[in-house]
Design a protein around this ligand. Structure first.
Ligand code: F6P
Length: 522
């Protein structure tokens, strides 16, 4: 068994340095990365911490792991495969996969060009879930101000209300249905595909499957489903589901926003890849964000991370990041099966600004626990209301400054006395107006919401998560917890279909509801 992380000298130095470091916000700390600016001023910092962080990265083998990620090494060690999403977006992918990657990119280009030339498919209905859904859904939403060439709808949940909703007011005769599933065994997209095919059939589409394409690593399963080989786009086992946006899973983006936009997205991510691969660790944005996350989660005890993009176009970033961070970093064991020894992956949650200020920011400011916040903002908007954009920025900066600065009792009392004459009441009220402050945050500034900058932003988060996986010693590319839930769901589904009473191993409540709800199925 390996030594738990918290017993290693490098970790102990790192943890001590974090506790001794200040979160004063006095030293401006900016990192430029692939045209994004990452402001880490409001995270703990000190020269000792910088040295200890460097030593921790060395102890945990970050340089070698980073090299292995880009070289297609077995970074997903529990499933014995690479997680080679960097190859998908490289202008010139590594030789071992170049033919496959470039070939599939070219097939997408031809498919979109052909559809455009024929004036085919006014609408696209994309059916996937998790990594086969959030990436394209996020990008299509974030960039639609650039002008949509097609209406694109997404349905992921197996709740058929969702897929029925997504077809509302769509013309079935001009809708392309995309079934996106790396495994092609996932319940949700396959069940939703049946609803969509039924919808096409009921509308009189003679051969519904001719309006369906699949994106999958399991070509045989897609063919068995009835989809012709020429309508199946490929990804591969060496692409992690939640890292698959850069593969053919991006097809709806190419259809809705154009292939050039999709290429720009890949190029932005590839720029961030180069930054992550080559920038010294002390000036490496994903690495420094990862270290700040380690300090906050594993030393300072913050159990969650809030995301506050001050740009409504990034509404889906939160769910995308939830899957990326929580499916990747919510793990119980390190490489040899022993526990990490320190708390790992934080819960991730959030909302776009300024809505978030009117929901959970009160808690961030004054609750005893609080949470670190990632603020994200675009320097330049794509609308003409520049005053309003300044309002948005002012709010973002003000919230961040308030979390950092806080309000002492003396400041609150001084202010309260101006309005309240009774001294006792002023003292009581002042207590309510104290803000602890010194709450960590990161600010990420994008020059504007372009495909290039968006690609860079998403890759920044991917590499931050990868770095945290390496430093914590956990595998960020598997998801055994999700698989466990899927196995139980299959058993319960069988019981609901044909109750046999054989699920005796389940708890009494689950047994009760299987019996009760199976009786009500008609
Ligand atoms: O949520 C679990 C998961 O396995 C994710 O990792 C994946 O993105 C999602 O299901 C969808 O899987 P698939 O693309 O194979 O349908």
């Amino acid at each position: 068994m390996s030594v738990p992380l918290d017993s290693t000298p490098a970790w102990q130095d790192f943890a001590d340095a974090v506790r001794d470091a200040s979160l004063s916000g006095e030293h401006l700390r900016l990192i430029e990365a692939a045209s994004l600016t990452v402001d880490l001023t409001a995270q703990v910092q000190s020269p000792d911490l910088e040295r200890a962080a460097q030593a921790l990265c060395e102890q945990q083998g970050l340089n070698a792991a980073r090299r292995a990620l880009f070289d297609g090494g077995e970074v997903n060690w529990t499933e014995h495969r690479p997680a080679w999403h960097t190859a998908l977006r490289a202008a010139q992918p590594p030789a071992a996969v170049a033919e496959a990657v470039l070939g599939e990119r070219e097939r997408i280009r031809r498919f979109v060009a052909d559809a455009n030339a024929r004036g085919a498919y006014q609408n696209v209905l994309h059916l996937g879930i998790g990594g086969s859904d959030w990436g394209p859904r996020l990008v299509a939403r974030a960039l639609r101000h650039q002008g949509l060439q097609r209406e694109v709808r997404f349905a992921s949940n197996v709740d058929s209300h969702a897929v029925e909703d997504s077809t509302l007011h769509l013309d079935p005769h001009s809708t392309l249905v995309i079934v996106a599933s790396k495994s092609f065994t996932t319940t949700e997209p396959l069940a939703n595909a049946q609803v969509a095919i039924q919808w096409l059939r009921e509308a009189g589409v003679a051969d519904p499957l001719k309006q369906v394409v699949a994106i999958t690593a399991n070509v045989q399963a897609a063919e068995d489903f009835g989809i012709a080989p020429e309508r199946i786009f490929r990804l591969w086992d060496w692409v992690g589901g939640r890292y698959s946006l850069w593969s053919a899973i991006g097809l709806p983006i190419a259809l809705a926003l154009g292939c050039d936009t999709f290429d720009e997205l890949l190029a932005g991510a590839a720029d961030m890849d180069q930054h992550f691969l080559n920038a010294p660790l002390a000036e490496n944005a994903p690495v420094q964000m990862a270290l700040a996350g380690l300090a906050n989660r594993s030393v300072l005890g913050f159990s969650s991370l809030a995301l506050a993009p001050y740009d409504s176009r990034l509404a889906h970033l939160i769910a995308w990041a939830q899957q990326l961070e929580m499916e990747s970093l919510g793990k119980v064991a390190t490489r040899d099966g022993s526990p990490a020894g320190v708390p790992t992956g934080p819960a991730v949650w959030g909302m776009t600004g300024t809505d978030c200020q009117h929901t959970f920011f009160q808690w961030l400011h004054q609750d005893t626990a609080g949470a670190p916040v990632d603020f994200i903002v675009c320097a330049r908007p794509d609308h003409l209301y520049l005053d309003h954009h300044r309002l948005l920025i002012a709010n973002c900066l003000a919230q961040r400054a308030a979390l950092l600065r806080g309000t002492s009792f003396e400041e609150a009392l001084h202010d309260t006395r101006k309005r309240v004459c009774d001294e006792h009441e002023a003292h009581v009220l002042a207590q309510h107006r104290v803000h602890p402050g010194r709450r960590p945050s990161t600010l990420i500034v994008m020059p504007a919401m372009t495909a290039h900058h968006l690609g860079a932003l998403l890759a920044l988060y991917e590499h931050k998560v990868f770095t945290q996986g390496v430093l914590w010693g956990i595998n960020p590319f598997d998801q055994w917890g999700v698989e466990f839930g899927k196995v139980l769901a299959r058993g319960i589904m069988n019981e609901l279909d044909k109750p046999s009473g054989s699920l005796s191993a389940e708890d009494p409540s689950t047994r009760h509801w299987i019996e009760t709800l199976s009786r009500q199925r008609d």
